[in-house]
Design a protein around this ligand. Structure first.
Ligand code: UDP
Length: 469
């Protein structure tokens, strides 16, 4: 008999591809099933995206099929946001995905789509008997998304103007400092797309979410109650996290690790704002000044918008562009600034890392938590303001900037204050955050041991889908 076969469809972009590859890897290695990743690639796939696919293919745990995306120029306004473009593209990909599944020698019985691919849930007649959504983010985000269609009906005006945080049954209310960036302008199509996803998710057979019971028990219980009461979240939720990237990547730049080796235990701040996060020139300057002012050792993965690199990626080699005059000389030895793609998981695993200044993309957050590294939360886009609140107010492993989704420039004194609090451990609050980070690391490991909460949840799901007996 054929091995059970699950299909994971990844929407375009590294931020969607990485979680899909990791989910696929986890499913095939733990459940011992056949997994195919269908990676929808945008025409402009970055080198890193292609490398990532090749590296994952070389790992050999999953089949990987690339499907070039269709042209959507006529379907979106020229100034449409990335979210609108991706969702529109995934909707337009329905016939191509259907054909791809039909052409597979061994038909998958389970299909898993991501948040942007919920339109694919309506594909029929391809032999798939169970359709799931994978949310590579956390349970509170999931609750907000499925409640968005309700909020859309009851909240008047813009969400940024609400006076009272919005209530979601059993969950922490969502206030103006936790809004998704897609919620900032309700007249924008990307907001409508999010509401639509909120309607489509409960039409699946269930949701896999990248969190674990011990981290978000209360919110997960609220989602289950919602299902029992047949309210909004009508299908089961399976917490199967933390699923984080394992070392598939690309050669380690030795210079980084040689530099880290010279530093003491937990003494270096790692600064990285995700795969695409950039700051304005003014904010980059203030961050640099703040790092210098803190006197702490730092490893900074610096990304700058093409606009102030003269539009040429070649200028990226010029590390000093956009930094204060003499910054690199003054911080030599104390700080290392790199502009290339950094091996983040390996860096966070290095014993010298004592804190992570992060944009709070959920993958980065989990990579940090699974290593027990406390966070300076610097949210920039998507659901990152929510993540920052979750990390500071609910879990207690981070300290955050005073920034709101409405944006302001964070000054150098604030940067220095936050960095010192996390890395130097000079006061009670800093010590408490560090102790909590260690506690969460232990609980993240336990969730994946045999019989641990996420391990059990994954098997419960797999049994329901008849992927295992
Ligand atoms: N990442 C990396 N090196 C870099 C920048 C990012 O390895 O120089 C990885 C990081 O480890 C994480 C992913 O890219 O796995 C970023 O995902 P996240 O959800 O944190 O943020 P996004 O980039 O999607 O906003």
């Amino acid at each position: 008999m054929d091995q059970p076969h699950a299909l994971v469809v990844a929407s375009p972009g590294l931020g969607h591809l990485i979680p899909a590859l990791e989910l696929g890897n986890r499913l095939s290695s733990i459940l011992n099933i056949h997994v195919t990743i269908l990676a929808i690639t945008s025409g402009s796939s970055s080198l890193t995206e292609t490398e990532m696919i090749h590296a994952a293919a070389a790992r050999g745990t999953c089949d990987i099929m690339e499907l070039p995306s269709v042209d959507i120029e006529d379907l979106v306004e020229p100034d449409a946001t990335v979210v609108t473009k991706i969702v529109t593209m995934m909707r337009a990909m329905k016939p191509a995905v259907r054909d791809a599944v039909k052409s597979m020698k061994q038909k998958p019985t389970v299909m898993i789509v991501d948040f942007f691919g919920t339109a694919l849930l309506s594909i029929t007649d391809v032999g798939v008997t169970a359709k799931y959504v994978y949310i590579p983010s956390h349970a509170w985000f999931l609750a907000l998304i499925v409640y968005l269609p309700v909020l859309d009906k009851v909240v008047e005006g813009e969400y940024v103007d609400i006076k009272e945080p919005m209530k979601i049954p059993g969950c922490k209310p969502v206030g103006p400092k936790e809004l998704l960036d897609t919620m900032l302008d309700r007249s924008d199509q990307q907001y409508r797309e999010c509401v639509q996803s909120g309607l489509e998710i409960p039409m699946s057979d269930g949701v896999l979410v990248n969190t674990w019971e011990e981290l978000q028990g209360k919110t997960l219980a609220a989602l289950r109650e919602d299902m029992d009461l047949n309210r909004v979240m009508k299908v089961p939720v399976y917490p199967i996290g933390p699923i984080v990237r394992t070392n598939v990547l690309i050669e380690k730049p030795n210079s980084i690790f040689e530099w880290l080796d010279k530093h003491g235990e937990r003494s270096v701040l790692y600064v990285c704002l995700g795969s695409g996060g950039t700051l304005s020139l003014e904010q980059t300057m203030e961050l640099a000044w703040g790092l210098e002012l803190s006197g702490q050792s730092f490893l900074w993965v610096l990304r700058r918008p093409a606009s102030y690199l003269g539009g040429s990626s070649k200028d990226d080699d010029q590390v000093s562009v956009g930094l204060p005059e003499g910054f690199l000389d003054r911080t030599r030895g104390v700080g290392l600034v790199v502009t290339e793609w950094a091996p983040q998981v390996e860096i966070l695993s290095h014993g010298s890392i004592g804190g992570f200044l992060s944009h709070c993309g959920w993958s980065s957050v989990l990579e940090s938590l699974t290593k027990g590294v406390p966070i300076v939360a610097w949210p920039l886009y998507a659901e990152q303001w929510m993540n920052a609140t979750l990390l500071t107010e609910e879990i207690g492993v981070a300290i955050r900037t005073s920034d709101l989704p409405s944006k302001k420039v964070i000054g150098r004194e604030e940067v220095a204050y936050l960095v010192k609090k996390i890395v130097v451990e000079e006061d009670k609050e800093g010590r408490k955050i560090k102790a909590k980070a260690e506690e969460v690391r232990v609980s993240s490991e336990r969730a994946w041991t045999h019989g641990g909460s996420s391990h059990s949840s994954l098997f419960e799901w797999a049994k329901r889908c008849r992927l295992v007996s």
